[in-house]
Each structure stands twice: as structure tokens, then as C-alpha cells.
Design a protein around this ligand. Structure first.
Ligand SMILES: C[S@@+](CC[C@H](N)C(=O)[O-])C[C@H]1O[C@@H](n2cnc3c(N)ncnc32)[C@H](O)[C@@H]1O
Length: 244
């Protein structure tokens, strides 16, 4: 028997031990059994799998590079394992934004101060924003196909209130979490069918008149609770104060 065949058999056996090992099944467990996700993203890996693999390989608790980081499930595995430095890349800026939020350390007092300021800023902004190339929504192709005009204006007020809040508090990391809330809000406010990732416009979209600020408030509270209860304590424990 040639050396290469023995080598291939070894590999096959290793794969079998890993793939067919029912300890990786995590039956009846979901993503949120470990850390609830902060934003929807397709094809997320169960972080429990990554954690088990890090333990199996006795990985060093130093650096974790994920060059296709998606919504950062591997970082959740790493955080839980005790890793202290994370490096991430992804083609999709939304993926980078979600991963950044999961690795950003912000005390809850700052988060709630920001929430109050956003609402103060909203009350001070009665502007109707021009539908031209100078605003953030003009980057969305076929915007009128996806979002009604009133909602577009509310979203713009919200966006600039968030940006002003971060400026007033002189805290750029806040953006990582607040823009995630904005992104979830935008998706729900749009005519996109909400129960799937593919972009289809809902039936009867003409009658959909979402309350943008109410949706934003609910999303903000929901994301804050998940972040404060699950991510923040672990980020503090691992002394994560910055991301690369
Ligand atoms: C299944 S997700 C990765 C999941 C991630 N490793 C985790 O632990 O959550 C695959 C990701 O690869 C990204 N991707 C695909 N091709 C890429 C490329 N050439 N460079 C960087 N990212 C890429 C996609 O945008 C997607 O977010």
C-alpha cells in the first residue's frame, strides 16, 4: 500500500470522527442557546460547534482570524472559549457591521444615554429630506420600489439623529450598535417580505404604512437587552476593548 493511500485513509478517518460524531449535533439547541443573534443573517453556524472544536484542538486563547466572518458566529465561539483578539474580513459590509457590534464594549449607561439623545435629536429634526444624491438612502437602488416616501423621510431623520448622537457623545463605537438597530429597522420598514432573506416585495405593499419610530424603539430595546445580558459581560471578562 502506498504512503499516499495510508495518508488518505487517515484523513477519511479524521473526517468521519468529526462529521459523524454526534456530539456535534447539538440537538434541540439553537443559536440563542449560547448568545442570541443581534441581527438577522443567512446561513449562520451554530456557535456551539466552533466552541467544541476550539476545545477539541486545545487552541491557544490568543488570536482568531475569520476571513469570511459573516455575522461573527466564530467570534462567539472564540469569546466563550476565552480568546482575546479578533480579526475579521467579509465581502458584505453588513456582515462586518454585525461582527463589529458583537465585539464592541460599551457600558449600558452610555447605551441608554444614547437612546435618550436620539429621541431628543428626533424631536429637534422636523426637516423633510430632499430625495437627491446627498442622502444615505439615495444609495439604495430603486428605493421607491422598496420603501414608501413617508417612511424614507422618517428613516433619514433617524439616521442623522443617530450620527449626531455619536458625535455629541464623541463615541464612534456606538455607531457599531446603533447602526445595527437602524439596519434591522430599515429592513422591517421596507416592503420586503420579512420571513425570508431573498428580496421579494410583499403583496398589498401599498397598504403597508409602518410606524418607523415605533419599530426602531422596539428593535433598540430588543438589541440592547441581548447585548447587555449576553455580550457585554463576556467582552469585559475577556478584556476586549478594541477590534482590528
Ligand atoms: C457562511 S458565512 C461565514 C460564517 C462565519 N464564518 C461565521 O462563523 O459566522 C460566509 C461568508 O463569506 C462571505 N464571503 C464570500 N466570499 C467572500 C470573499 N471572497 N471574501 C470575503 N468574504 C466572502 C459572505 O459574504 C458570507 O458572509
Amino acid at each position: 500500500m502506498s504512503q499516499s493511500i495510508i495518508y488518505n485513509n487517515d484523513i477519511t478517518q479524521t473526517i468521519k470522527n468529526t462529521v459523524y460524531n454526534d456530539k456535534y449535533d447539538f440537538l434541540n439547541q439553537s443559536y440563542s442557546s449560547l448568545y442570541p443573534n443581534l441581527h438577522r443573517y443567512p446561513a449562520t453556524m451554530l456557535p456551539q460547534i466552533g466552541l467544541e472544536l476550539l476545545r477539541d484542538f486545545s487552541a491557544k486563547k490568543t488570536n482568531l482570524l475569520d476571513p469570511y466572518c459573516g455575522s461573527g458566529s466564530s467570534f462567539i465561539s472564540g469569546l466563550e472559549y476565552g480568546i482575546t483578539n479578533f480579526i475579521r474580513f467579509d465581502l458584505n459590509p453588513l456582515a462586518v457591521m454585525i461582527s463589529n457590534a458583537k465585539l464592541t464594549t460599551i457600558h449600558k449607561n452610555t447605551l441608554y444615554e444614547a437612546k435618550n439623545l436620539i429621541f431628543e435629536e428626533l424631536n429637534n429634526t422636523n426637516k423633510i429630506f430632499p430625495n437627491n444624491n446627498n442622502n444615505i438612502l439615495s444609495r439604495i437602488k430603486n428605493i421607491d420600489f422598496w420603501i414608501n416616501k413617508d417612511a424614507q423621510n422618517e428613516l433619514l431623520k433617524l439616521y442623522y439623529s443617530i450620527i449626531n448622537t455619536c458625535k455629541i457623545l464623541n463615541n464612534n463605537s456606538l455607531n457599531n450598535i446603533l447602526l445595527l438597530v437602524f439596519s434591522e429597522t430599515l429592513r422591517e420598514v421596507s416592503y420586503t417580505r420579512n420571513n425570508e432573506f431573498k428580496l421579494f416585495r410583499m403583496k398589498n405593499y401599498e397598504t403597508y404604512k409602518p410606524n418607523v419610530i415605533a419599530i426602531f424603539t422596539n428593535k433598540l430595546d430588543e438589541i440592547y437587552v441581548k447585548y447587555i445580558n449576553y455580550y457585554y459581560p463576556k467582552l469585559i471578562e475577556n478584556k476586549i476593548s478594541y477590534i482590528q
